[in-house]
Design a protein around this ligand. Sequence first.
Ligand code: GDP
Ligand code: GDP
Length: 428
Amino acid sequence: MAIVGFPNVGKSTLVNRLTQSRAAVVHETAGVTRDRKELLCDWNGVTFRLVDTGGVDEEDQGPYGRHIADQARAAIAEADLVLFLLDTRAGITPGDEDLATILRAAGKPVIVLANKIDDPRRDVDALEFHRLGLGDPVPLSALHGHGTGDLLDEIVARLPGRDEPVVDESAVRVAILGRPNVGKSSLLNALLGEQRVIVSDVPGTTRDTIDTVLTRDGTTFVLVDTAGLRRKRRQRQGIEYYSELRALEAAERADVALVLVDASEGVVEQDLAVADVARKAGCSTLVVLSKWDASAIDLQETRGLLNRRLRQRPPVVAVSALTGRGLRRMLDHVETLFAKHVTRIPTPALNRAIGELKEARPGPSGERGRRLKLLYATQTATRPPRLRVFVNDPRLMTRDYGYWVENELRARFELQGVPVSIDFQRSS
Ligand code: GDP
Ligand code: GDP
């Protein structure tokens, strides 16, 4: 990727900004020519080489300097993508027009950057550069950072030659849920920064959503609706972008929900409500105790509490986005949970279990001493599993007995965390 632009538009400032961003790992390599700097940047797992043509000869700094044009041409020739930086305060200069002509002729993908828009309310000022005929200008403040995160996302999206991830039915769709400040964005970013994962973005199914695809050891995870979580981290006045409605939509598209609980604060009622949302949306649930490095709670005790309070009996893992601890194990758990989410219980095994349940606890009795009898069962759907249990008379069913059957089956088939739904139906 090449950065081109006239002196003083802010190229060095932008390079510093891009390479200082938290997710960017920078390796400086010796430039091929004296006044060219090459940097390796890494953004969310995608590596790109940045060629900075900033070091222009002092004596050759006229606006029409041949040197600048030559440098730019050389950089453009090698680049897959060109960042064309302009100074919004100065407006379009004749030199900019020349560079634009070179760029249009080169036919390379270009991102036009309207720099020095320090006040986001002035973003419209960028529109002036439309006139250069190189696409929508991106408003930016290289100095203050406004717009740079979005720019990095745009760069990564526009870089050619990246392998498109294969997202098919076998991909595990994961939603990251939790009340504000539990550490959702931090967890996402820590996951994306893991050494052993490959990351790319794909459009989500609903408008304005972006999903992040993460591949590890041949397993594809689709992190549902990550745009907001990734952007939020860069917002200066952290508004809670991930609203309840948005979270619900994410849960509805997911197989597995990571329900975050802030371990530095302990379990609160709202966490249980989030887990309920996940279960009702049909997600298999993994409770993730976040900020484990700052934990104030006991793991076993918390497991016990969650097991009592949450109907789906979710597995619990402890992680720290800060230290990276537990992340790998968390993904292992997600894989295991997904396998259960899509499980098909063989009918004979299911009916053996029903027989045992019948023995272990007779059904509730109604008026005139008539008792509910479990007869036989079959699985009617998967992802998540849905069972149909035939009984002599469903009107005799009680909530208590229904839950007991659910829990027993969940335990027997090791479906902890999975939202097993059971329809009790009269046998015809
Ligand atoms: P280069 O010659 O293109 O590398 O430009 P520099 O990065 O050296 O920047 C030239 C001047 O513009 C410096 O004084 C920077 O501080 C200033 N500058 C760069 N970006 C911005 C910006 O976004 N806003 C403002 N207000 N000034 C900027
Ligand atoms: P979100 O609102 O759920 O997305 O939460 P954030 O990811 O923005 O995190 C909220 C706060 O918790 C921030 O101040 C983070 O720095 C902090 N935080 C997040 N993860 C960790 C962690 O693993 N350890 C510690 N000590 N703090 C964390």
